[in-house]
Design a protein around this ligand. Structure first.
Ligand SMILES: [Zn+2]
Ligand SMILES: [Zn+2]
Length: 159
C-alpha cells in the first residue's frame, strides 16, 4: 500500500477556504487541514459573542492569511494572556490568540460558510454550559478549572 497515491490526503493539504466578517470588509484565507474544531462554553466566549456557545477551529498561524481588512480588526485583551479580534464595522467576532497556544490562531467556525473538512470533535468548558439549550450529541464533554479536563456524568451539569 505504500505506493498507493494518497489522493485524499493531498487534496486536503492543497485545499484552502475563505471566510470573513458579516459586512465583508475583512476576509481571510486558511490552508487546510485545520488542527481541531471544538464547541466552547466558557463565559468569555458566550458573553463576548452573545451566544450560548461558540464553535472554534484552530490552525497554525502560517496557514492563515488576511485577504483584506486586517486594519479593520479590533483586538481587545480578554484576559492577561489572550486577546480577541472582531470587525470594527459590523462587530463579527473572528479571532482568538493566546499565549497558551503560541503559533496558533483560533477562528470562529461561523465566520466561514465553507466546509473546513473537520466536524466539531469536543465540548470544552462544558460544566459552564447554559441551562436553556440541550446538548445531546455524543461528543466528549470536558471542563474543570482549566476547561479541558474530561468530565464524569455527575459533574457535567452546569451550576
Ligand atoms: Zn465587518
Ligand atoms: Zn471559550
Amino acid at each position: 500500500m505504500e505506493n498507493e497515491p494518497t489522493t485524499e490526503h493531498q487534496s486536503i493539504e492543497s485545499k484552502s477556504i475563505q471566510g470573513g466578517c458579516y459586512c465583508g470588509r475583512i476576509e481571510y484565507q486558511v490552508q487546510l487541514p485545520v488542527k481541531w474544531c471544538a464547541h466552547c462554553h466558557c463565559t468569555q466566549c458566550r458573553h463576548t459573542q452573545g451566544a450560548p456557545l461558540v464553535t472554534w477551529f484552530g490552525v497554525d498561524r502560517n496557514q492563515f492569511q488576511y485577504l483584506k481588512g486586517e486594519q479593520d480588526v479590533a483586538w481587545f485583551d480578554s484576559s492577561d494572556s489572550a486577546k480577541r479580534g472582531h470587525c470594527i464595522h459590523c462587530g463579527t467576532p473572528l479571532f482568538f490568540l493566546s499565549e497558551k497556544w503560541q503559533g496558533e490562531i483560533h477562528i470562529t467556525r461561523e465566520s466561514t460558510q465553507e466546509d473546513i473538512l473537520q466536524k466539531p470533535q469536543i465540548h470544552v468548558f462544558y460544566d459552564r454550559h447554559v441551562n436553556y439549550l440541550a446538548f445531546e450529541d455524543q461528543l466528549d464533554k470536558h471542563g474543570g478549572p482549566d476547561g479541558f479536563s474530561p468530565l464524569t456524568k455527575q459533574n457535567e451539569k452546569s451550576e
